[in-house]
Design a protein around this ligand. Structure first.
Ligand SMILES: C[S@@+](CC[C@H](N)C(=O)[O-])C[C@H]1O[C@@H](n2cnc3c(N)ncnc32)[C@H](O)[C@@H]1O
Length: 267
């Protein structure tokens, strides 16, 4: 019910506006999610732009020569790490709907000396790629931002080859427990919390579009203090969360998960 409080076009506009103007994070998000060894492989501007919620790359099977699609690449940190693993015989298609983000990813790839990262402007809900053209889909903190999640998952199933892998980090909620005053805050949606699905719902939608062997890995609670690390949340919204969300929920307003699945064989 609370999912319908904002219209999908309104959601898309607010997400675009929030990410177009998002400032860098002074590395706090990247330092929380990635090891020093991983960060040593990434240029500084992409580290400062990291806005993910977990580290699915540790669970993704990316082989040399693979074609990887990074949904909502943002500043490019995961595209860079994945491109190192595909090697020069493979490639990473870095998709985002904001040209500003694509320019950041392209610039980070140049700085990293990688020429196998291909920025692609487009939407998760209408991925501009042919059917059966991708081996692995990765994404970090992005699916929850869409108001049309089943459509996004159906698009993932369309572009993945049969047997291909979907391995993403995202937020889930245990129940629809957040107050409507928070769910309707644009910053709470842009900050990946208000649009998050319950875990069962996420898994059910993946099954419905043809995914099998679905594993939910790495459950990490996201506290209000964690939300404050992301520049999407204003001090005002964080204060509102502290006031309106019951104290016993402050340590876990959402759960960061890694979801890994395989596309079943097409009949
Ligand atoms: C939370 S940031 C994550 C960025 C990156 N994955 C990372 O880990 O730093 C979300 C990104 O998804 C992009 N995005 C959000 N909704 C999108 C949509 N419907 N289609 C394409 N890109 C979208 C935003 O522009 C932004 O770059």
């Amino acid at each position: 019910m609370t999912r319908d409080l904002m219209h999908s076009a309104e959601v898309k506009d607010l997400v675009r506006a929030a990410y177009r103007h998002v400032p860098p994070t002074t590395e706090v998000v990247a330092r929380k999610l990635y090891s020093d060894e991983e960060l040593a492989q990434v240029p500084d501007p992409a580290i400062r732009r990291a806005l993910g919620v977990a580290n699915h790359l540790r669970h993704a099977e990316i082989k040399p020569g693979d074609t990887v699609l990074d949904l909502g690449c943002g500043g490019g940190i995961d595209s860079i790490l994945a491109a190192r693993r595909t090697g020069p015989t493979g490639r990473v298609i870095a998709l985002d709907f904001l040209p500003e983000m694509l320019e950041r990813t392209a610039s980070a790839a140049r700085e990293a000396g990688l020429d196998n990262v291909e920025p692609l402007e487009g939407e998760l809900e209408a991925i501009p790629l042919p059917d059966d053209s991708v081996d692995v889909i990765i994404s970090n903190g992005v699916v929850n931002l869409s108001a049309r999640k089943t459509r996004v998952m159906a698009e993932c199933a369309r572009v993945l080859r049969s047997g291909g892998q979907f391995c993403v980090s995202d937020l889930t909620v245990e129940q629809e427990g957040l107050p409507p005053e928070i769910l309707t805050q644009p910053a709470a949606w842009a900050g990946c919390v208000a649009g998050a699905l319950a875990e069962d719902d996420f898994v059910g939608k993946l099954k419905r579009v043809g995914f099998v062997d679905i594993d939910v890995l790495d459950h990490q609670p996201l506290s209000i203090d964690d939300c404050a690390l992301y520049p999407l949340f204003s001090e005002e919204v964080i204060a509102l969360m502290r006031t309106l969300i019951p104290a016993e929920q402050h340590a876990s307003v959402a759960i960061a998960v890694v979801i890994r699945a395989r596309l079943g064989a097409t009949p």
